[in-house]
Design a protein around this ligand. Structure first.
Ligand code: FAD
Length: 494
């Protein structure tokens, strides 16, 4: 006898921040949810962002007040929901003679400070830069303001965990290859990308949360494809040895009116980005071009005392944004806001366009609101005051002290990284371990087998890249030989 086809209320296609956010919200409202991701969670744009939870000071120039207000408010919500992976960051915006005038920067920051309520983030101030500034001596004046830092790929994983904790079925390395409208909604064919096996499921409604693949996925659905025109724009970052000792980030202006961030990253590094390049190829293949490298180095060298060359680049990554086409050819001016398109014919389909990491939770709420006619009995909004897995604590320093007292044998470096990655889930990771030897084989740089087992059993990690680049950023430290050893270890359990 043939196996029965599993039935769900909602199938979410795409395991980026938007797909996982929608899956978590829907599962918490009592819907039976499945999510499929063709690669690893956050393998697309959601691990290649600048990693800021920000209002987007620059968007004020394009009068996107509603987007900025919503995003500013989300900073406080996400600080509360995930204090392990989201924290405040001060930014310095140097005044550059000949570029945006001082009054304009001051007015923008006044709006930034007052568009939304701030509980935990300090307001902006103007600043004289002294001899200890890492910037060139002619840059003598700056403004300082607050936004937040986020570990983008871990935010995605935590949402997937939250969804799974509320009953959702999360399928990674599973591509949606065919959708067919049927009487009860959709019949969908999924392909297990590890085994090239296919299976089917039925869902009452479908969400296309495939980010830069949105048009490809819509095209696969033929007639029901949506009609919006999307422009793919690539943005790249470089990573160099830490440029200066301070904890502040810099927002640099350039003559093309774009801005480049320089952000302290993972202790020993500076993250520099981003660029904007039109892109037409497969989003999975996006990489930095020589032009983008030169552009980023030039902007840094124009502003900082230190001089960087391509030899200083330790790592780079690129992500692709699907921006809705507007009147202008200039990608910088295209909206970063999201749009949701709901169609009920031939079957319920919600398509997500655009968005920001910052506003994923609000996007998910709006997505569920669009689906209300299909699921009139689903529960109400609930995520505004919910805590993401591991986030049940007030501040990192207190959690560190508490855990260091309880597990004095844990090296400080490992515990510090774990607090910023897992928060209170550290206890689940540790299980009954009571000494360092209980953590098993050491794979390098504080990564032990116990952590790998946790990542495999709880966070859907399957490969060395999943662990080194998306569950952690240990890839910045691992040597080629250490990566190879880890790859072998991960293959042996697949
Ligand atoms: C350079 C850059 C910097 C950015 N910086 C910031 C920032 O600092 N702050 C901020 O708030 N926002 C930022 N953003 C925006 C933010 O990163 C994106 O809005 C967000 O990550 C989009 O998430 P998503 O879930 O829509 O797409 P994605 O993360 O790309 O997820 C889509 C997923 O769908 C999967 N998929 C595709 N087709 C299929 C299929 N057929 N079956 C199964 N799975 C499929 C893909 O593998 C992919 O993982 C930045 C964007 C870029 C490009």
């Amino acid at each position: 006898m043939q196996d029965a086809i599993p039935e769900y209320d909602l199938l979410v296609v795409g395991g980026g921040v938007n797909g996982c956010g929608i899956a978590a919200d829907a599962a918490g409202r009592g819907l039976r949810v499945a999510l499929c991701e063709q690669s690893d969670l956050a393998a697309g744009t959601s691990s290649a962002s600048t990693k800021l939870i920000h209002g987007g000071l620059r968007y004020l120039e394009y009068y996107e007040f509603s987007l900025v207000r919503q995003a500013l408010a989300e900073r406080e919500v996400l600080l509360q929901a995930a204090p392990h992976i989201v924290w405040p960051l001060r930014f310095r915006l140097p005044h550059m003679p000949g570029l945006r005038p001082r009054w304009m920067l001051r007015a923008g920051l006044f709006l930034y400070d007052h568009l939304s309520r701030r509980n935990r983030l300090a307001g902006s101030r103007s600043l004289r830069l002294g001899g200890d500034s890492p910037l060139k001596p002619e840059l003598r004046h700056a403004f300082e303001y607050s936004d937040c830092w986020v570990d983008d790929s871990r935010l995605v994983v935590l949402n997937a965990m939250q969804a799974a904790g509320r009953g959702a079925c999360i399928m990674t390395r599973t591509r949606c290859v065919e959708t067919r409208p049927v009487a009860k909604g959709w019949q969908v064919t999924l392909e297990d990308c590890n085994r090239s096996e296919r299976h089917q499921l039925q869902a009452r409604a479908l969400v296309n949360a495939t980010g830069p693949w949105v048009d490809r996925f819509a095209a696969m659905q033929g007639e029901s494809s949506n009609s919006r025109s999307v422009r793919l724009v690539k943005g790249s970052h470089i990573v160099v040895p830490r440029l200066y000792a301070g904890n502040e980030a810099y927002m640099l202006q350039h003559v093309d009116r774009r801005i480049v961030f320089v952000i302290p990253w993972e202790g020993d590094f500076s993250l520099i980005g981003t660029t904007e390049e039109k892109y037409d190829a497969d989003p999975a293949a996006a990489g930095i071009s020589a032009d983008e490298q030169r552009y980023l180095l030039r902007v840094v060298n124009e502003n900082f005392r230190a001089r960087l060359s391509t030899g200083d680049i330790l790592h780079s990554f690129a992500g692709v944004r699907p921006l809705l086409e507007g009147e202008s050819d200039d990608s910088t001016s295209l909206s970063r806001d999201y749009t949701l398109d709901f169609e009920n014919d031939p079957a319920p389909l919600l398509t997500v366009h655009g968005g920001k990491i910052t506003t994923y939770r609000r996007l998910a709420e709006a997505a569920l609101q669009s689906l209300k006619p299909i699921f009139p009995d689903m529960g109400p909004e609930w995520t505004a005051n919910a805590v993401l897995p591991g986030g049940e604590f007030a501040d990192q320093a207190t959690l560190f002290r508490e855990l260091a007292t309880r597990h004095p044998w844990l090296p400080d470096g490992v515990l510090g990284r774990w607090v910023r990655s897992y928060g209170r889930c550290i206890e689940a990771l540790l299980g009954d371990a009571s000494r360092l030897e209980d953590l098993g084989t050491h794979w390098g740089h504080g990564l032990y087998d116990r952590e790998l087992q946790y990542l495999e059993s709880t966070e859907w990690a399957q490969t060395a890249a999943d662990v080194l680049w998306r569950r952690s950023k240990l890839g910045l430290r691992f040597s080629k030989a250490e990566v190879e050893a880890l790859e072998q270890r991960m293959r042996s359990v697949l």
